[in-house]
Design a protein around this ligand. Sequence first.
Ligand SMILES: [Zn+2]
Length: 93
Amino acid sequence: MKISKEIMSYCRFCNKHTKHVVRTYNKKPQRGLSLGTRRHNRAIRGYVGSIEPKIHPKKLGKKQKVMVECAQCKKTSERVVGMRTKKKIEIGR
Ligand SMILES: [Zn+2]
């Protein structure tokens, strides 16, 4: 799946369409005090090891994300490109 280096997109900080620079998505580390982490810690309290996980249906591929940076205000935001796919994103052209 190919995506161009520069795209015109809506910026929620500038409140209008501006030119955006596309970058690869880097996953941020998990926050230790987020609600999900605290809930999990509460659930495994008193046990040794992990709790039995819920069985989720298998999804076909992942949604591909990119980071877009506004050329005017230099703020970045996430953006999902396309639907669920097994292909990886190529940024170029
Ligand atoms: Zn902006």
